[in-house]
Every structure is written in structure tokens, then in C-alpha cells.
Design a protein around this ligand. Structure first.
Ligand code: FES
Ligand code: FES
Length: 209
């Protein structure tokens, strides 16, 4: 007589459902097949190709009085475009998220944080960086005031501070000290040269430098 199938030598196969029969039954009933089919749907290749990315767009800016045109990555900030593509390293990259003011430039005379401004959105506009404040070899009065009042220590924030102060004096030519502090509050200085910076801007406002 034929012996009963066993899991281990000498052990009789238990009667009723066991692990093997449950799994076989589930696959046979399509349960596992349905789950696998779901995974397959998630990984299916797209039927249409995504649109090709636009790699560059033509941008023309007048930077410090010089008109420049170049193809620019539509995702590039003004700061990266001027520093990396056009070699103007006066504006600094501090936080790269609009929090420190080191990247301040003047856009049509108004202060902007260039790290959070897309270059392609400013096609045709005029930019002034700290490099453009010097005229005929002479420092701008605000630059002179910063130098004479020691409005800096390490200097990392200084180009943004000076450019911001030039913009501020256009907005408000006769600011009080409190107004200078308030209107320059977007320009941080890790060396904490704040009182000298306010002195410098106040001197420049009075035309004393
Ligand atoms: S680098 Fe632009 S605000 Fe800090
Ligand atoms: S002078 Fe050093 S961060 Fe301002």
C-alpha cells in the first residue's frame, strides 16, 4: 500500500488546509494575481513621451550700463546668472533663499533680492550691482561713507549693504536713524557692524561723505 505524503520523514501530512494548500489556492483563485497586476499598472511605461524641457531662453539685461544678451536657463536666478554666467561676483550668495540681503541688486533702481528673482522674468530691465556704483574711478558716496565709518568687518555682507543703502536713499533721501535701521533690516551682518552701518548711511544721507 502507498504511504501518505509527509512533511518530514516519518511525520504524516496533517489533514485539512495547510500553508501550501492555502497559497496554492489563493494564486489559483486570482488573489495574488490581482495584487501583482496592481503593481504592474503602477510601473507601466507612459504611453506618450513628456514634453522636452526648454533648456534656455534668450535674455537681454542692461547691467551696470552695459547691454548684455545671453541664453539663460529659465530656472536660473538673477544672482546665479550674473555671478556664474556673466562673471559679476560683487553680489554675494549668503542664504540663497531671500533671508540675508547679501545678494541685493538694484532692478530699475529698486532693491531686489537677486537670489529669489528669476533672470528670465526681467528681460529688458536695468540692473545695478555694487560694481556699477563706482563712477569714473570714484567711489559712490555710500561706499566712501562705509569705508570711513568702518561699516564692515569681514566684508561678506558689504556689497549687499551698500547697494541696499543706495536704494534706500532713493526711496527716502532723509531717513532718521530709526528709519535706516528699519529699512536696512533685510540686510544681515554676521559681524554685527550695525551701528557703524547706520552711521555710514546717515552720513551719506547728510551728504557728508
Ligand atoms: S543670498 Fe539672497 S537673500 Fe541671502
Ligand atoms: S561685515 Fe561680516 S557679515 Fe557683515
Amino acid at each position: 500500500m502507498r504511504e501518505k505524503a509527509s512533511t518530514f520523514a516519518g511525520e504524516p501530512e496533517p489533514s485539512g488546509p495547510n500553508r501550501r494548500t492555502v497559497l496554492v489556492g489563493a494564486v489559483g483563485a486570482g488573489v495574488a494575481g490581482t495584487a501583482l497586476a496592481g503593481v504592474g499598472v503602477g510601473l507601466a511605461a507612459p504611453t506618450t513621451a513628456p514634453p522636452a524641457p526648454q533648456e534656455t531662453l534668450p535674455v537681454t539685461l542692461t547691467v551696470n550700463g552695459v547691454r548684455r544678451s545671453a541664453p539663460v536657463d529659465p530656472r536660473a536666478s538673477l544672482l546665479d546668472t550674473l555671478r556664474d554666467q556673466w562673471g559679476l561676483t560683487g553680489p554675494k550668495k549668503g542664504c540663497d533663499q531671500g533671508a540675508c540681503g547679501a545678494c541685493t541688486m538694484l532692478l530699475d533702481g529698486t532693491r531686489v533680492l537677486s537670489c529669489i528673482s528669476l533672470a528670465v522674468l526681467h528681460d529688458g530691465q536695468e540692473i545695478t550691482t555694487v560694481e556699477g556704483l563706482v563712477a569714473k574711478g570714484e567711489m559712490h558716496p555710500v561706499q566712501r561713507a562705509f569705508a570711513e565709518r568702518d561699516g564692515f568687518q569681514c566684508g561678506f555682507c558689504t556689497s549687499g549693504q551698500v547697494t541696499s543703502a543706495v536704494g534706500l536713499l532713493k526711496e527716502n533721501p532723509r531717513p532718521s536713524r530709526a528709519e535706516i535701521s528699519e529699512l536696512m533690516s533685510g540686510n544681515l551682518c554676521r559681524c554685527a557692524a550695525y551701528s557703524n552701518i547706520v552711521d555710514a548711511v546717515a552720513d551719506a544721507a547728510r551728504g557728508e561723505r
